[in-house]
Write a protein that binds this ligand. Structure first.
Ligand code: EPU
Length: 302
């Protein structure tokens, strides 16, 4: 969607935002898939409510893009603009055992920064790609750790009230890859309460997780992590593997031959290829086991 011809560029600039016309979202997603639209980078969080109001009043649909690592975006010209908070190096402040982290901070960078201050608990999250905000939205987890377990407070823009708010951790529900946040809520920062652990112990645990991940996941290929959620008590990766689906492909979209719940873009896969692969695999699992797999990756259609 092109808002660049509309006379809102100057207003956006006054509100601390920059307009980037015709951005290709394939360049902002870990799958390397996605069409093009105008992108608005918001430099000042306090301008956010007004920017959203401006877009709403102008009838411009919009979506918030985080790290783009758990996201499948449609092909071609997209009928909404994308809003983005700039990615931040560091973005973590520590006081006692509380880490206050910018939502746009890199998740892995945050885990290692906290480790240097003897704050652990999140070792399992090392290697999960994406931003802290993205991890929060999905309650990202790996190797027995879920980020929701440590959340004490979240600062966010709530779509339902149009205001900046602070939520207490105990008022938020964190389930398996699901949270009680509104779909359109925008995270600004989070306070995490973390257990004190000696740095060397944390580093050792991080090393073990990294090793497991390298041995079992296609880390050097374009993917969005696991495509489907695990059914209760079972593993989608194992189910797809046992059905012989590793290496199965539609165009350049392929079921990884390393971990069957990772679908990789081996070259120039389109969103249509990836969707066709997802649907075919889902049908195969339903035909074999009567099981309806639920997608974990978020899909932005056009
Ligand atoms: N397995 C196979 N073949 C495969 C993949 C897995 O047989 O192709 C077997 C493994 O050998 C293992 C079992 O299935 O016995 C479980 O596999 P794994 O330990 O890799 O864990 P997973 O359940 O497939 C989950 C998360 C991952 C997370 C890992 C490690 C989901 C959907 N996936 O995978 O998270 O990294 O545990 O904790 O919850 C993600 O959410 O995007 C993600 C990658």
């Amino acid at each position: 969607m092109r808002v660049s011809p509309l006379p809102i560029g100057d207003i956006l600039r006054d509100l601390g935002a920059e307009l980037h016309p015709d951005s290709l979202l394939a360049e902002s997603t870990s799958l390397g898939i996605g069409g093009y639209t105008d992108r608005i980078v918001i430099r000042r969080c306090d301008g956010l409510p007004e920017i959203i109001r401006l877009l709403d009043d102008s009838g411009i649909p919009h979506r918030f893009l985080g790290g783009g690592t758990n996201l499948l975006v449609a092909d071609g010209e997209l009928p909404w603009v994308v809003l983005q908070l700039p990615s931040i190096r560091g973005g973590v402040e520590i006081a006692d055992n509380i880490a206050t982290v910018d939502a746009a901070a890199d998740l892995g960078g945050m885990v290692t920064f906290c480790a240097r201050h003897n704050l652990g608990g999140m070792e399992g999250l090392i290697g999960v790609p994406g931003s802290v905000g993205g991890a929060l939205r999905m309650n990202a987890g790996a190797y027995g750790t879920q980020i929701g377990a440590y959340v004490r407070e979240v600062r966010l823009f709530r779509r339902s009230t149009g205001a900046l708010e602070t939520l207490r951790g105990c008022d938020i529900r964190f389930d398996y890859r699901h949270t009680s946040f509104g779909l359109d809520d925008v995270f600004l920062s989070v306070k995490l309460e973390l257990p004190l652990r000696p740095y060397r112990e944390i580093v050792k645990a991080i090393g073990i997780c990294n090793q497991k991940r390298r041995a079992s996941q296609p880390l050097n290929q374009k993917s969005a992590g696991c495509i489907f959620k695990n059914p209760p008590g079972s593993s989608t990766g194992r189910i797809l593997d046992e059905l012989g689906l590793k290496g199965f492909r539609v165009g350049d979209a392929m079921v990884s031959d390393r971990h069957a719940n990772f679908f990789v873009n081996t070259g120039h896969a389109s969103c249509a290829d990836m969707l066709a692969l997802i649907e075919t695999v889902r049908d195969r699992v339903f035909a074999a086991h009567g099981l309806e797999l639920e997608r974990e990756v978020i899909f932005w259609e056009n």
